[in-house]
Structure formats: structure tokens, C-alpha cells
Design a protein around this ligand. Structure first.
Ligand SMILES: NC(=O)C1=CN([C@@H]2O[C@H](COP(=O)(O)OP(=O)(O)OC[C@H]3O[C@@H](n4cnc5c(N)ncnc54)[C@H](OP(=O)(O)O)[C@@H]3O)[C@@H](O)[C@H]2O)C=CC1
Ligand SMILES: O=C(O)CCC(=O)C(=O)O
Length: 497
């Protein structure tokens, strides 16, 4: 069971780490609140999980895809029943408010139902042959054991973006959640067990980065899907390349929202508030750069400040909380350090800039919603991912300049443009270097049947969500059926005469 004592899930059994070692998970809004101890898994535990997954693959790959889809339908139904219970536990473990964790679980439910439909749509192609009496087609085959390594900020939705298409396609998986969200990961796996996913198809190994590295390095793990920082992702890609394993990387962002002088400023202000401060800014899709036309700069900045100052910080399971804590001490230190970086660069801290304390916040990692003004594109706060409730405002004088600034970073995940000019909207869709562009909406949010992913240092060309993710979890087999009754000359000389 995914209850204390918390265990790994390997080959259909809840088991401790072979070493018996554990690590603790605590509530980031109140670090005196201990959620429990989780197995510190080593390469030995990973090897057992991979072995279980390999064994299960032999039969799971042969279960018809529509039947696998039916199991995922049950997964979606069970998650719907447990939505509040899981969301409450997630909020306690990683801090974002209950209304957000419910959204996280809903995304997982949508992903399950979408996977169910894909069970009847794992299409290949039929293609005309160059020759008579020959038939050509492609079919999709599963790859084998997939290693899934995830961050903590969407601790249920993002693992399901990987796990559900992987198992629907006939693969088996070894899943390592973040050490900052082990309970959420366990609750997810519990749903799969209860929905009747056969033993060994989904395996859970808890642990830190070394556990993830052991998955990446295991020779029987055919594919690795990773969500996390660009730095960790680069290391994973390089390790996996040595043994030719397939890798999908979803990494950091420095997402711009462009607000032009013809924008609806009420809409833009709301977009900045939830894009920048929702999830305490700890989203890969968070709005971290507001690129605003000079004509509306001052008014928009004032409106954002006024609204952001009303945000209520607190424990996310309290009804009136708008914004929770940062995830851990390291994150608090990192965000705090960027206040000095901003000052040194010559930016102005127009709002916030400090740890939030008092009113029950002292035992949590709370940070005030923060706004930097006077930012220029070359400053570090305009270029580096801070991953906290921090918005850098860059003033521009034209739409062309806005696009140029938007593209002038290493990352390319999400982007937004607020304008009432349809031509500008379409130019933005064409010209912004990002995997996602919103028109008149914030940079955040995802739908299960739409592809999700980024360009440049954000990704490596793969997508999650939508049908595109099924390309990652399947291999194409090219099939020729020759009913000519003998070798055709054309097969050898390729119609050369
Ligand atoms: N593009 C996207 O879809 C998303 C990207 N992100 C990005 O994730 C980052 C924040 O997440 P964070 O958890 O701090 O990211 P990290 O890169 O630190 O960790 C991500 C996962 O990788 C594990 N890990 C760490 N080192 C290794 C290694 N050498 N080999 C294998 N696995 C390893 C971590 O383990 P552990 O932490 O337990 O030690 C964790 O489970 C941000 O940059 C954010 O932008 C977040 C969500 C979505
Ligand atoms: O918006 C979502 O649903 C998930 C996106 C995500 O993973 C992120 O922004 O960190």
C-alpha cells in the first residue's frame, strides 16, 4: 500500500529498499510536519525493478491495445473517485494550493481517458508498393522497459504524461518520482495497482538523483523520459547516448509574455498574476519575463503590483490560500540569491524581494511575490531560470523588438502575446521560438490531447501529450508482404532499366 511505512513497488509487491535506508518527506509550508520516510533506493533496487519490468513486458506487449486502454479507463475512473484525497496529499507534500493540485489530478484523469482512446488508434500507415503483387505498411511496436524520471512541481500529471502513453503502447515502466514528491508518486502507483494493471508493468523506485542515474545507466532500459532541469537533462542525454538509449527531455524555461499597447490590460494583468505567481512561479511554463510596450508599461506594472500584493500566502490546504511556499531550502536560497543578482545588474526590486514570514509562515519556505523593473535583455534575471515567484519587466518600443527580446534566451518552452491585432497574433505564432504560444492567455496550462514541449535548451525534439508522445513510446516496423510468388527482378535492380 502507498501508506506508511512507505515502500517501493516492484513486480506487484510493496517492498523496502534492499539497503533498508530511507529519506524523509516534509511539508514545505510547515517543515515540522513530517509526511513519512521513503526508501532510498540504490542500483540494486533499480535492477530488481528493471528485471520485473522486463519479465512483465513479455506478456503485456501482447495484450491488445484496446484492452490496455480499458485498464487506463479504470485508472481514470479511480483517480476521479480519489481526486480530492490525492490532491490534499499533494498539497501537503509539495505546497501548491488545493485548487491547483486538483487541477493536476484532473490533468492525469484526462491523460488516462485520452490514452484509452489511443488504444484504438495506434495507427500505422498503408503505403503503395513500387511493385506489383506486394503490399506495404508500417505498424507500431512497443520498445521495452522505459525509465520515467520526474520533477516535483506536477507530481501526478507529469508522471502520467509519460506512464500512460508508455503502458498503453505496450511498454513496461520503472518510475522514479522526485525526492520532493515521493508520496504523490506512490499514490499514483497505488491507483494503477487498484485498477488492475498487471504486476511488473508499473514499478516504483523512490530515491534521489543517484537512483535516477541508475535507471539511466541500466542496459535493459530502452527509453528514458525525463522532466527536470536543463542541467540534469544534459547529463542524462549524455549518459544515455553511450548505450544508444532513446531519451525524451522536458526541461527548463524562461517564458516571455508580450503585452502590446493595444492589449486588454485587465486580461494581461490577470495573465501575469497567475502566470508568474501561480504555483509560486515553480512551473517550467511560468511567466518569468513581461515584455511590455512602453505606452502601457507604467499602468500595467502598477496593476500587477496592486493585484499581487493582495495574494494570500499560506498552507495550500487552507481555503483562502492563493500562493504556497517554495519547495525546499535550496529553492529558497536560490530565489533569495537572485535579489542580489538583480541589484548588481542594475534592476529595481519594485515589489517583494524577501522571504515571507509571520502569520504562520515562519516554518515554511515562503517568498514574497516579486517584481523586477528596469530589466534589460542582457541581465541575468532576464536570461536565467529562477523558478520562483519572480517576474522581470522589460520595456520595448515596438512589436519587432518584443519578438526579438522574447527569442533572446537559451530556452523555448512557452510564450504569450496580448494584443487585439490579429496580424500581430499570427506573426507571434510564426516567429516566436517556443514550443507553445498563447494568444491573449497566460503562458501556463496544458491540455492532455495537445502536444507539450519546447525548443532550444528546453527539449530535445520530442513532445509529451497529444498523439506525438506515442511516437516516442513506439518503434515503427516496416512490413512488406510479397505475394508475387517469386523474387521480382525489380526488387534487385530497383527499376533501373
Ligand atoms: N519542460 C517541462 O515539462 C518541465 C520542466 N521542469 C523543470 O524542472 C526543473 C525543476 O525540477 P527539479 O526537480 O528541481 O529538477 P532536477 O533536474 O533537479 O530533478 C528532476 C528529476 O531528476 C532526478 N535526477 C537528478 N539528478 C539525476 C541524474 N543524474 N540522473 C537521473 N535523474 C536525476 C531528480 O531526482 P531528485 O530531485 O529526487 O534528486 C528528479 O527526480 C525546472 O528547471 C523546471 O523548469 C519542471 C516541470 C515541467
Ligand atoms: O501546465 C501543466 O499542466 C503542466 C506544465 C508543467 O509541467 C509546468 O509548467 O511545469
Amino acid at each position: 500500500m502507498a501508506d506508511a511505512p512507505f515502500l517501493n513497488f516492484i513486480g506487484g509487491e510493496w517492498v523496502a529498499a534492499a539497503s533498508g535506508d530511507t529519506f524523509e518527506s516534509r511539508n514545505p509550508a510547515d517543515t515540522t510536519d513530517v509526511i513519512g520516510s521513503f526508501p532510498s533506493s540504490t542500483a540494486d533496487d533499480v535492477a530488481r525493478a528493471v528485471e520485473a519490468a522486463k519479465e512483465a513486458f513479455k506478456t503485456w506487449r501482447l495484450v491488445p491495445a484496446p484492452k490496455r486502454g480499458e485498464i487506463l479507463k479504470r485508472v481514470g475512473d479511480l483517480m476521479t473517485e480519489r481526486k480530492s484525497e490525492i490532491a490534499r496529499a499533494m498539497t501537503r507534500e509539495m505546497g501548491k494550493p488545493f485548487f491547483e493540485t486538483k487541477g493536476d489530478v484532473q490533468e492525469a484523469i484526462d491523460t488516462a481517458y485520452y490514452a484509452m482512446t489511443m488504444g484504438r488508434q495506434l495507427f500505422g500507415h498503408t503505403v503503395p508498393s513500387e511493385m506489383n503483387n506486394k503490399f506495404n505498411m508500417t505498424v507500431r511496436r512497443p520498445i521495452g522497459v522505459c525509465g520515467l524520471i520526474t520533477a516535483w512541481n506536477f507530481p501526478v500529471a507529469v508522471p502520467t504524461w509519460k506512464m500512460f502513453p508508455a503502458i498503453l503502447s505496450g511498454n513496461t515502466v520503472v518510475f522514479k518520482p522526485s525526492e520532493d514528491a515521493p508520496h504523490s508518486g506512490a499514490l499514483l502507483v497505488q491507483v494503477l495497482e487498484d485498477a488492475g494493471v498487471p504486476a511488473g508493468v508499473v514499478n516504483l523506485v523512490q530515491g534521489a538523483g543517484e537512483t535516477g542515474q541508475a535507471i539511466v545507466d541500466h542496459e535493459d532500459v530502452a527509453a528514458i523520459s525525463f522532466t527536470g532541469s536543463s542541467e540534469t537533462g544534459a547529463g542524462i542525454a549524455s549518459s544515455a547516448a553511450k548505450r544508444h538509449a532513446r531519451v525524451s527531455l522536458e526541461m527548463g524555461g524562461k517564458n516571455p509574455a508580450i503585452v502590446m499597447e493595444d492589449a486588454d490590460l485587465d486580461l494581461a494583468m490577470e495573465g501575469m498574476i497567475w502566470g508568474a505567481y501561480g504555483t509560486t512561479g515553480q512551473r517550467c511554463t511560468a511567466t518569468s519575463r513581461l515584455i511590455v510596450h512602453e505606452d502601457v508599461h507604467d499602468e500595467l506594472v502598477e496593476r500587477v503590483k496592486a493585484k499581487a500584493s493582495e495574494l494570500r500566502l499560506g498552507y495550500g490546504n487552507d481555503d483562502d490560500t492563493d500562493m504556497g511556499p517554495l519547495i525546499n531550502q535550496k529553492a529558497l536560497d536560490k530565489v533569495t540569491s537572485y535579489m542580489d543578482v538583480a541589484r548588481e545588474d542594475g534592476a529595481t526590486i519594485a515589489m517583494g524581494g524577501e522571504r515571507a514570514t509571520g502569520d504562520g509562515l515562519d516554518d515554511g519556505f515562503f517568498f514574497q511575490p516579486t517584481l523586477f523593473t528596469g530589466v534589460t535583455r542582457d541581465m541575468r534575471v532576464a536570461r536565467e531560470e529562477i523558478f520562483g515567484p519572480v517576474l522581470s519587466v522589460i520595456k520595448v518600443t515596438s512589436f519587432d523588438e518584443a519578438i526579438e527580446v522574447a527569442n533572446d534566451v537559451a530556452y523555448g518552452l512557452s510564450s504569450a502575446v496580448y494584443t487585439s491585432d490579429i496580424a500581430r497574433a499570427f506573426r507571434a505564432l510564426r516567429d516566436i521560438d517556443a514550443g507553445i504560444t498563447y494568444i491573449n492567455g497566460p503562458t501556463i496550462g496544458a491540455e492532455a490531447h495537445m502536444s507539450f514541449g519546447g525548443v532550444k535548451a528546453t527539449g530535445n525534439g520530442h513532445r509529451e501529450g497529444g498523439w506525438e508522445v506515442y511516437d516516442f513510446y513506439t518503434e515503427t516496423k516496416t512490413c512488406y508482404i510479397d505475394f508475387s510468388g517469386g523474387l521480382q527482378r525489380a526488387q534487385i535492380d530497383n527499376y533501373d532499366d
